[in-house]
Design a protein around this ligand. Structure first.
Ligand SMILES: Cc1cc2nc3c(=O)[nH]c(=O)nc-3n(C[C@H](O)[C@H](O)[C@H](O)COP(=O)(O)O)c2cc1C
Ligand code: SF4
Length: 436
C-alpha cells in the first residue's frame, strides 16, 4: 500500500475487487481485529476524533462529533437496533470519487463500516448505492457475503461479543436520495423528501431508531485511522484537516481522473496531474467541490484545498471533485446546465426550490440562446439573495444550486451582460465551438 494513498493505493487499475483472501494478504481486516479485540467503542471513537476526520460527503462535519450523538445501549428509548448507514448515492454533478471505493476496494469500506458501527453502538449497517453503479452494487454484495462467511459480520464478531449485520440497498436513482434524511425516508419505502430536524437521525432515524449516516469516503478512512493511529492520519494532510482526499478532476483537463492526494493539495497541482488545462490551455475558472460549489479563478488555484480554506475563499470544498473551465468554456452555459439538473432533481417539497429553480432554468436557457433581457439579471440576483442562504429551504439542494449562480454573477457579471447585449454567447461565437 502506498503511504500517500491509503484509500486508493490498493485498488487495481481495472477496478477488479480483491477476494477476501487477497485482501487479507494486503493487511485487510487487521484493523478490525485490533479495534474489536483490544479497544472499547469509546476508544475507537476517541481515535477517530483525534484524527480530525471531517465528513467527505459535502458538509465536512467532523465524523466523531456526529458519532457522539448516538446513544449507548440501554440509553436509547424502546427496543430495536441502531443503524449505521453508508451513503453511496453520489449524484452530484462532477462527483465520481466514491465509485472507485465501492467498486475496487469494497472490503476497505466493510472494515470501516464495522468499526464505525462498533463505535456508534449500531447493530445494522446499510450501504445505499447509486442505482446506476451496477458493478459497485455487485462487488459490495459479494464482499459482504465473503466477510460474513469469514466471521467479520454476524453474531459475536471475532469473539468480541459484538453483533452486526450488513447489506446493500440500491438507491431509487434520484439526487435527493443522497440527502441523509431523504435517504432514510427512501429506505422506509416512502417518497424521498428531507425530514424536519430536530429530531436528528441520532435521536430518531430509520424506523424511529438511532441512526448515523456517513459518506463512503469518510467510512473508508476509518480502518486506516484505527490501524495506524490518529497522528499518522493527521500527518497525511498538509493542513489541520486530517488525511488524504480522493479528489476528482473533470471538465477541461486533458486527463480527467481521480487523484488521492494530501488534504490541502492545490487546484494548480491537481490540474497539472490531470494533464493540464485542455481546450485553449488557459484556465478561466474552476468549481472546487462539484456542481454545487461556487466558482474560483486562477488567482485562487494555489490555495490549499480543504473545507476551511475553500470556505474562506468564498466557495465550498463539497465533494472535492473539481470541475475545470478553460477560456473557451462559458460559465453562463455551465451554470445553465447545472441549474437544469437541480431543477429536475428538486423533490418539490418547498416552494422556493420547486417553483424557483424551473424559472431560473428558463431564464438561463434564454440567456444562453441570446434571447435574455437585462432585467433577467436582476431576477437572478434576487433569487440568489432570497433563496440562496442556508435555512431558507428545507434542505441544501436549493442553496447548493444558487452557489455557482451567485458566484458566477459576482465574478462574470460582464459575461452575463454580454449575452444580452450581443444576443448570443460571446465565447461560443469567438471560439467557434459549443460551450461545455
Ligand atoms: C441534495 C443533497 C444530496 C446529497 N447527496 C449526497 C450523496 O450522494 N452522498 C453523500 O455522502 N452525501 C450526500 N449529501 C450529504 C448528506 O446529507 C450527508 O450530509 C452526508 O451523507 C453525511 O456524510 P459525511 O458526514 O460523512 O460527509 C447530500 C446532501 C444534499 C442536500
Ligand atoms: S430545497 Fe428542494 S430538494 Fe430540498 S426539500 Fe426543498 S424542494 Fe426538496
Amino acid at each position: 500500500m502506498s503511504a500517500e494513498q491509503p484509500l486508493t493505493g490498493r485498488a487495481r487499475p481495472d477496478r477488479r475487487p480483491h477476494t477476501l483472501k487477497e485482501w487479507r494478504k494486503l493487511g485487510g481486516y487487521d484493523a478490525v481485529e485490533r479495534g474489536l479485540k483490544t479497544m472499547t467503542p469509546e476508544e475507537v471513537l476517541d481515535t477517530v476524533a483525534a484524527a480530525n476526520l471531517n465528513g467527505r460527503g459535502g458538509a465536512g462535519f467532523p465524523a466523531a462529533t456526529k458519532w457522539r450523538f448516538m446513544p449507548k445501549p440501554g440509553d436509547a428509548p424502546g427496543d430495536g437496533p441502531s443503524y449505521f448507514i453508508v451513503n453511496g448515492d453520489e449524484m452530484e454533478p462532477g462527483a465520481f470519487k466514491d465509485r472507485i471505493l465501492l467498486e475496487a476496494v469494497p472490503h476497505q469500506l466493510i472494515e470501516g463500516a464495522i468499526l464505525a458501527a462498533y463505535a456508534t453502538y449500531s447493530s445494522e449497517i446499510i450501504v445505499l448505492i447509486r442505482d446506476a453503479y451496477r458493478d459497485a452494487i455487485a462487488n459490495m454484495t459479494r464482499a459482504i457475503a465473503e466477510a460474513e462467511k469469514a466471521g467479520y459480520l454476524g453474531k459475536n464478531v471475532l469473539g468480541s461479543g459484538f453483533d452486526v449485520k450488513m447489506w446493500v440497498h440500491p438507491s431509487a436513482g434520484r439526487y435527493i436520495v443522497g440527502e441523509e434524511t431523504a435517504l432514510i425516508e427512501a429506505l422506509e419505502g416512502k417518497r424521498a423528501v428531507p425530514r424536519k430536524r430536530p429530531p436528528f437521525p441520532a435521536q430518531s432515524g430509520l424506523w424511529g431508531r438511532p441512526t448515523t449516516v456517513n459518506n463512503v469516503e469518510t467510512v473508508s478512512c476509518v480502518s486506516h485511522i484505527v490501524g495506524n493511529g490518529a497522528q499518522w492520519f493527521r500527518a497525511l494532510s498538509r493542513t489541520e484537516e486530517g488525511g488524504t482526499k480522493v479528489f476528482g478532476v473533470s471538465g477541461r483537463v486533458n486527463k480527467p481522473q481521480i487523484i488521492e492526494a494530501p488534504m490541502g493539495t492545490t487546484a494548480a497541482e491537481l490540474i497539472e496531474r490531470a494533464g493540464g488545462v485542455s481546450g485553449t490551455g488557459v484556465l478561466r475558472c474552476f468549481q472546487p467541490g462539484g456542481g454545487a460549489s461556487g466558482f474560483l479563478e486562477p488567482a485562487e488555484a494555489d490555495i490549499p484545498l480543504d473545507f476551511g480554506h475553500v470556505a474562506k475563499a468564498g466557495s465550498m470544498f463539497g465533494t472535492g471533485t473539481m470541475i475545470v473551465l478553460d477560456e473557451s468554456a462559458c460559465p453562463v452555459g455551465v451554470i445553465a446546465r447545472h441549474i437544469a439538473f437541480y431543477a429536475r432533481e428538486s423533490c418539490g417539497w418547498c416552494t422556493p426550490c420547486r417553483d424557483g429553480l424551473p424559472w431560473v432554468a428558463q431564464i438561463m436557457a434564454r440567456l444562453e440562446r441570446g434571447e435574455g433581457r437585462m432585467e433577467d439579471l436582476q431576477v437572478l440576483r434576487d433569487t440568489v439573495e432570497i433563496a440562496g442562504p442556508r435555512g431558507r429551504t428545507f434542505c441544501d439542494l436549493m442553496g447548493g444550486a444558487m452557489s455557482p449562480l451567485g458566484t458566477g454573477l459576482a465574478r462574470f457579471g460582464d459575461l452575463f451582460e454580454a449575452h444580452v447585449r450581443e444576443g448570443c454567447c460571446p465565447i461560443a461565437r469567438d471560439y467557434g465551438r459549443a460551450v461545455a
